[in-house]
Design a protein around this ligand. Structure first.
Ligand code: DGY
Length: 314
C-alpha cells in the first residue's frame, strides 16, 4: 500500500505527477492557507507533509499525523516547532540557496522603488493626481550612489544584496554573528548599522532572539532619512512601532515584503501610508526559483520518506 503524503498547497504539475506515482498524495487545492481544522483533518495518517511558511506546524499537527518527514517549501523554518519534531524523530527538509538571488533582487527592487518613489508615482497617476513633474522639488527621491547600506544578517541573501548595492555605487556595512572575509564590506556593530546607515536591509531568520528586534527604541536611533527594507520575516520588526515611526516621518520610508500577519488587506495601517512600498511576500517568486524550490522540496520529501536525511536538512 502506498504511504500517504499531504501537501498544504499545490506545487508544479510535473512535481505533483511524480508524487502521485509514489505516494497516496492528498493536496489542498482550495484557498491558502489551509484552515487549521482542514490541516488537522487531512494530515491524519500522513507520513510525509509538504507545507508552506504560513502553515503553523506545531505539536498538535505532528501528533495528528504519523510523520516521518516535514518538507517545507521555504528557506524559513520559523513556522515549524523544530524542537518537537526532533523529539519525535521527524526529519525536516527546507529549500535554501536557490532563492538567494531572487530575494536579493527583490530587496534591491524595494529599495530602488521606495527611494525613487516609483510605486507612489504609479498610484498618483492611476488616481489622476499627476500635475507637473519637472519642478525643482517635484517628486524627488534619493539616489543610491554614495549612500551607506547597512545589512543586518550577512548570509547568502545578504551577500547577494551587497553585490548589487556595490555595483550601484553604495557603501556596504554589515552586522552578522560572524565576520565574513570580504574586504569590500565593513563589519559594524548593530548600533552602528542603526545610526550610520541610509538604508537598512534585514536578512536574519526569525528566532526568539530576532523577534521584534527593530522596535521603537531602535527606530529612534536611525537617521530621519533612512529607508528600512525587510524581505526576511515580518515579526523581526515591531510593526506597530514601525507604523508609528513612518506616520510621524521619524524615518523616511520602508519597503516591505513580509508582515506580522499575512496576507495583508487594504485596511492594514501600512496600506494607508505613502512612504512605503509593499509586496505580497514574493521574495522567492520567480518562475525559475519556485520550480527549483519545488524540486528540492520533493527530493527532501522522498529522502525523508525513505528514512534518510533530506538533501537540505534542518
Ligand atoms: C521562504 O522561503 O522562507 C520565503 O520567505 C518564501 O518563499
Amino acid at each position: 500500500m502506498k504511504k500517504k503524503v499531504f501537501l498544504t498547497g499545490r506545487l508544479h504539475d510535473v512535481i505533483q505527477r511524480d508524487l502521485k506515482k509514489r505516494y497516496k498524495t492528498v493536496i489542498h487545492t482550495g484557498k491558502m492557507p489551509v484552515s487549521r481544522a482542514e490541516l488537522l483533518r487531512r494530515v491524519r495518517g500522513a507520513e510525509g507533509l509538504v507545507c508552506f511558511p504560513f502553515d503553523r506546524i506545531d505539536r498538535e499537527v505532528m501528533d495528528a499525523a504519523d510523520l516521518q518527514v516535514i518538507s517545507t517549501y521555504s528557506v524559513g523554518i520559523d513556522h515549524i516547532d523544530t524542537a518537537y519534531a526532533k523529539k519525535k524523530g521527524i526529519k525536516i527538509g527546507y529549500t535554501p540557496d536557490v532563492l538567494d538571488d531572487a530575494t536579493a533582487d527583490l530587496a534591491f527592487c524595494l529599495m530602488l522603488d521606495v527611494m525613487r518613489r516609483v510605486t507612489e508615482g504609479d498610484r498618483m497617476i492611476r488616481q489622476g493626481r499627476w500635475s507637473g513633474a519637472l519642478g525643482a522639488y517635484d517628486y524627488t527621491g534619493y539616489g543610491m550612489q554614495e549612500k551607506t547600506l547597512g545589512i543586518i544578517g550577512m548570509g547568502r541573501i545578504g551577500s547577494a544584496l551587497a553585490k548589487r548595492a556595490t555595483a550601484f555605487g553604495m557603501k556596504v556595512i554589515y552586522h552578522n554573528r560572524h565576520r565574513i572575509k570580504d574586504s569590500t564590506m565593513r563589519y559594524a556593530s548593530f548600533d552602528r548599522i542603526i545610526s550610520d546607515s541610509d538604508v537598512i536591509s534585514l536578512h536574519v531568520p526569525h528566532t526568539k532572539d530576532t523577534n521584534g528586534m527593530i522596535h521603537a527604541g531602535v527606530l529612534e536611533k536611525m537617521k530621519p532619512t533612512v529607508f528600512l527594507i525587510n524581505t526576511s520575516r515580518g515579526a523581526v520588526i515591531n510593526e506597530r512601532d514601525l507604523i508609528a515611526a513612518l506616520r510621524r516621518k521619524r524615518i523616511a520610508g520602508a519597503g516591505l515584503d513580509v508582515f506580522c500577519s499575512e496576507p495583508v488587506g487594504k485596511r492594514h495601517p501600512l496600506a494607508g501610508l505613502q512612504n512605503v512600498v509593499l509586496s505580497p511576500h514574493i521574495g522567492s517568486a520567480t518562475a525559475e526559483t519556485r520550480l527549483k524550490m519545488a524540486e528540492i522540496a520533493a527530493r527532501n520529501l522522498h529522502l525523508g520518506m525513505a528514512g534518510r536525511k533530506p538533501r537540505y536538512s534542518v
